[in-house]
Design a protein around this ligand. Structure first.
Ligand SMILES: [Ca+2]
Length: 299
């Protein structure tokens, strides 16, 4: 009876060892290989893909950012000075501690006494109409002779900022004359009971005096922006602080000559010279549009 038990035991043992040896000897290497291969493949692929993606994205973002920034800066710089884009500028007196024409076309203004051609006056400079800029200051006994021919035949526009300290009738801020009797005079207080501010004109062609009024008198102690546009058809538009004040017709053609004379603050008559500040005188050989006037006003 021992033989069957031993035989069965030996058979069981042999089968157990065979089963254990076969399973452990064949399955372990397969599991290791699979794990290594999968891990390696996944890690490599992931790393390469991620790195490539990040590098590409970074490069594209940097390039795009630089291009956009440059374009925006250029555009902003142009938008910051729209006045410079207005065509037809003939002369520009900025009065930045000097009497120069910023366009370089005309000679520097010359200080005079209280009438054209006289000596002994003086000017100083003070805070201008625009922040950080300066204006020329007149003391009531002085003027400035500007270059001849600032305005010639044809259309023209005048843009100027005035800050009078006092106002007296017929006093001029800007005076231009083709002859003794043919002239324009920007007077803060013009003729008539109302003494409105106007581009007053005298004409020796028989037209007589013309009141190119702004419809009101500008104040003392504050800046006012005045623009006058003249077309060859005799249309004169006056703009006060960027807005159309009055549209006139029949304004005389004063500047039919090339060598008209121009002064700030004084005229040849016994009127009191201008007292106060003048800034940013610009002369154009075009009829400025309402939009351009608004731009000059800073709107
Ligand atoms: Ca200025």
């Amino acid at each position: 009876m021992n033989t069957p038990k031993y035989f069965l035991f030996a058979l069981f043992l042999s089968a157990f060892l065979t089963a254990c040896g076969g399973s452990s000897g064949s399955s372990t290497p397969q599991e290791d290989t699979n794990t290594e291969e999968d891990t390696t493949t996944e890690e490599d692929t992931t790393t390469e893909e991620d790195t490539t993606a990040e590098e590409d994205t970074t490069t594209e973002e940097d390039t795009t950012t630089e291009e956009d920034t440059t374009t925006e800066e250029d555009t902003t710089a142009e938008e910051q000075d729209p006045i410079a884009d207005i065509p037809g500028l003939v002369a520009h007196y900025a009065f930045e501690d000097n009497l120069m024409d910023e366009t370089g076309t005309f000679a520097e203004g010359q200080v005079t006494g209280e009438n054209p051609g006289t000596e002994g006056g003086s000017v100083t400079y003070a805070a201008g109409a625009a922040e950080g800029s300066t204006a020329v200051a007149f003391d009531g006994t002085s003027g400035v002779e500007l270059a001849q021919g600032l305005i010639g035949p044809g259309a023209y526009s005048i843009s100027i900022w005035l800050h009078p300290d006092a106002i007296s009738q017929f006093t001029t801020a800007f005076y231009g004359a083709a002859t003794a009797n043919s002239w324009v005079s920007l007077v803060p207080a013009g003729p008539g009971d109302a003494q409105h501010t106007m581009l007053w004109a005298g004409d020796d062609q028989g037209t007589g005096w013309f009141d190119g009024t702004f419809g009101e008198q500008i104040p003392t102690g504050a800046w006012s922006h005045l623009v006058m546009t003249y077309s060859e058809a005799g249309e004169l538009n006056t703009y006060l602080n960027g807005q159309l004040a009055v549209a006139h017709e029949g304004f005389p053609n004063v500047f039919s000559v090339e060598n008209a004379s121009f002064h700030l603050a004084i005229n040849p008559f016994p009127d009191a010279p201008y007292t106060g500040l003048i800034d940013e005188l610009r002369i154009y050989n075009t009829v400025l549009t309402a939009e351009q006037v608004a731009t000059l006003n800073g709107q």
